[in-house]
Ligand binder design. Structure first.
Ligand code: KIV
Length: 272
């Protein structure tokens, strides 16, 4: 196991900046509930993202669009009660920040007040810059999200790799620079060619956290339920599974059903 270059008792946005400067990679995973967040934080993750992927993973929706502000606040406050060390980033749900920067600020303040989270994440570049600027005026740290932005799935039409063409790649680099200049503390870069991701990471001084963006960025993020192998139907190339919990949990539940049916559970020691 690789030892970190510096021990951090608590991760802040400054620690992440320092990690980029020192060439230490940043680790980030999603979590949506108390129990798993406690394990993930205890295992030494740098950032927990309370992602709007909860819409898929926790609620079974096809896209991230249906999750509401109240639902994300419920998930985020459960996560915050569990953590000691990591930085908690909370996704702003679709419709809570686009178009009206005053509403964006109001909603970001609700997230900070009602969850105890440390920062918010918004998808997009120049189109949402007014909302980002206004949220930052309240002292709320903002993480950007470029490349594949799942809240825009109906505009893209597919979840395939973004910015393969020159024009989109140039806009992406310009957006990354704009987010940095505006004051974002980091950017998630999703599903873009590795070569472009490297260029983006070299073009800005804030950390670039990749998902499906290759190794030459400042950190990596995965959806927890995917890397634990709970969601066995989702198999993108970028996903590394560290467990096959789908198989293990299925086996455990089958054993339990069988033990109950056969009257093997509970036994003499498992009763009062
Ligand atoms: O909601 C989420 O899980 C995300 C990650 C894919 C970065 O935004």
């Amino acid at each position: 196991m690789l030892t970190p270059k510096k021990e951090y008792k608590k991760i802040t946005t400054n620690s992440l900046q320092e990690m980029k400067q020192n060439g230490e990679k940043i680790s980030m995973l999603t979590a949506y509930d108390y129990t798993l967040a406690k394990i993930v934080d205890g295992a030494g993750i740098d950032i927990i993202l309370v992602g709007d992927s909860a819409s898929n993973v926790m609620a079974g929706h096809e896209t991230t669009l249906p999750i509401t502000l109240n639902e994300i606040i419920y998930h985020a406050s459960s996560v915050v009660r569990a953590i000691n060390r990591c930085l908690v980033v909370v996704d702003m749900p679709f419709g809570s920040y686009q178009g009206n920067s005053k509403e964006a600020l109001f909603n970001a303040v609700r997230i900070m007040k009602e969850t105890g989270g440390h920062s918010v994440k918004l998808e997009g570049g120049s189109e949402i810059i007014e909302s980002i600027e206004r949220i930052l005026t309240a002292g709320i740290p903002v993480m950007g999200h470029l490349g594949l932005t799942p809240q825009s799935i109906y505009k893209f039409g597919t979840y395939t790799v973004r910015a393969k063409e020159e024009e989109e790649a140039e806009k992406l680099i310009a957006d990354a620079r704009l987010l940095e200049k505006t004051g974002c503390f980091a950017i998630v870069l999703e599903k873009v060619p590795a070569k472009l991701a490297k260029k983006v990471a070299e073009s800005v001084s804030i950390p670039i956290i990749g998902i499906g963006a290759g190794p030459n960025v400042d950190g990596q993020v995965l959806v927890l339920h995917d890397m634990l192998g709970m969601t066995h139907e989702f198999n993108p190339r970028f996903l590394r599974r560290y467990l096959n919990l789908f198989k293990d949990i299925t086996r455990a539940v089958k054993s339990y059903v069988s033990d109950v049916k056969s009257n093997d559970f509970p036994n003499e020691k498992e009763q009062y």
